[in-house]
Design a protein around this ligand. Sequence first.
Ligand code: HEC
Length: 707
Amino acid sequence: MILRIAVALAAVASALVSVNVPANSEQSEANAKAAEKSVDWPVYGGSPENNHYSSLVQINRANVKQLAVAWSFDTDEEGGLQTSPIIVNGVLYGITPTQRVFALDAATGKLKWKFDSGIKGTQPDRGLSYWTDRRSSRILVGVTNFLYALDAATGKPFPTFGKQGHIDLRENLGRQPTKSQSIYLTSPGIVYKDLVIVGGRNPETLPAPPGNIRAYDVRTGKLRWSFHTIPHPGEYGYGTWPKQAWKTSGAANNWAGMALDAKRGILYVPTGSAAFDFYGGDRLGNDLFANCLIALNAGNGKRLWHFQAVRHDVWDRDFPSAPALLTVRHDGKEVAAVAQTTKQGFVYLFERVSGRPLFPIECKKYPPSDVPGEATAAEQPLPTRPAPFARQNLTEDLLTNRTPEVHQWAVEKFRTFRSEGQFVPFSIGKDTVIFPGFDGGAEWGGPAVDPATGIIYINANEMAWTGALAENTGENSPKGIYLSQCGVCHGEKMAGSPPAIPTLIGVADRIPWKQIAMTIKNGKGRMPGFPNLTDDQMSALVDYLTSGESKEVKRSGRPLVAMKFRFTGYKKFLDPEGYPAVAPPWGTLNAINLNTGEYVWKIPLGAYPELAAKGMSNTGTENYGGPIVTAGGLLFIGATNFDKRFRAYDKSTGELLWETTLPFAGNATPATYEVQGRQFVVIAAGGGKDPKSRSGGIYVAFALPAE
Ligand code: HEC
């Protein structure tokens, strides 16, 4: 008999280690062998420090070529997965594309339980959290606007948590009606003692609720503290907004996740821009705590320090990833540090307790906005080291050379744009280049850091996007609603920006009326929901999409907050065949030594299979989902949109040691763990970002062949 004893089973431990030990000394040799340790991946990002690191060495440089599929679990759903599962005591907890929650035997992939809340989720749900007090263990997981507490053993909601096992995240935000708000947990909460601390995904257009950071009692679901990212009167930062902004402005939210220094009780919270993303005439000022890295006392939510990377953001330059905590050698001393990556391609490094930057930050001047009512900041703070991990200024010599014709096309198009690097405000009537694009630079997968070396590993996109502003008519017609709320992504003429954003031309031929309305209400993928639309507005809008007719909507409904200007579209700068109109690399993987700020290596990440077949390999491609790094000398990453590969690199050199093809693109961060002496690496493969292939939802686990 094997008696399972959980050692160091604390919810805040950086790696939960449970050890199987023989019950008595009469164990056979076979049992002694089975007594090898199990190592968990108990927290989203691997640990509260979010280092994406594992001390496991069984799979290593010497044998990684022998990796093979150990098991796979098909959720039998479509829609794609961005989920990184957690593994505790030999059980893997995951989420399906429609946000059902399940538990598997982590050694075999056999289903233990599945929980269906009855709500069909349509947006990304990137992870879950685990809490235990040894008597009971809970899985805390977001399902659309709700946070559920499930019994880890059975998957049943705890009736004593909130209302029958869940809380409604739209409550307690000071915005009414509750039901027209939208707060989705794209990233899981952080567990600290008996608190679960959450941010959320908010709408990017007004009206949008504020991005309060909130801590709930893990047992009862009661709100314990709330930090206002849009300060109330009397609170620090209140003067960086107009007086009423705390009631009318929105977002400044944490959608990318957080990191926790459990020993010091410090929570690190990166935030995104305020709503509306691209015009800030109604939020003049620096807008603290939008676009900030905020250090909070995890126990009571009090601010310790903050750093604002973008003042008065009008470029959607959210902090896109949770920070990573590590120790670096700096000026001959060991320093506890926090590293934060950005969409622009920067890495900021701070001393963890004081917030002092470890490499100098310089303020640079940028041109003012020429849009009426807008006032952008004169200066923005940039790190002097490390050098950016993506190109910063798109110039003619950086345009595609895929064919001479395509190059010529790109040059002509490019000459119609304004392109002067970072922080050039958008204008009316002329497109401005954002490079790297709205999707980074760094993205939500986040970096990995190796505690042994102080090296940070960052995968990045290197695409150019463009955008411009146009005046809003403010009319309460379906066309007016469309232009102010939808045109930002689907474009003025509904053509979208395929593949990332679908065209809505002819949408009625593809999708039934009811389903269009559901998509608008609940959102889908990277499209937020619009629960703020009244029934009248909704049906007029769907009629407009399907018939092109735009009639004035009855004034019975709540008026939409009319934003003075609208964005004419997230447009990717693609060539006529759909490939990036900039020269490769289009996606990269970077290793940077944070002790020195120097690059260790940098390689393209990903390929278009059809271009590679014609000899254009090593282009790199857009990629989403982060890396993990192990003591076995390996870096594992999927992420690439088009080649569906899952790869293992030598973490010291960037040499590709192993790769395999997944059933769908693995747009998710992998996890690694050991059960009874066998190490596994698991990744969620769901695809969905390549319009040429289907999406699904399969978890695939790899291991060395069993002896
Ligand atoms: C932030 C960007 C964004 C905004 C704002 C936005 N959408 Fe979308 N929309 C998307 C994306 C991305 C998809 C594809 C989602 C997927 O399939 O994963 C989509 C999908 C859709 C679809 C389904 C189309 C299809 O072919 O499957 C409809 C209908 C739609 N959007 C309508 C709207 C309307 C109406 C509005 C305004 C009320 C709106 N969208 C606002 C990004 C956006």
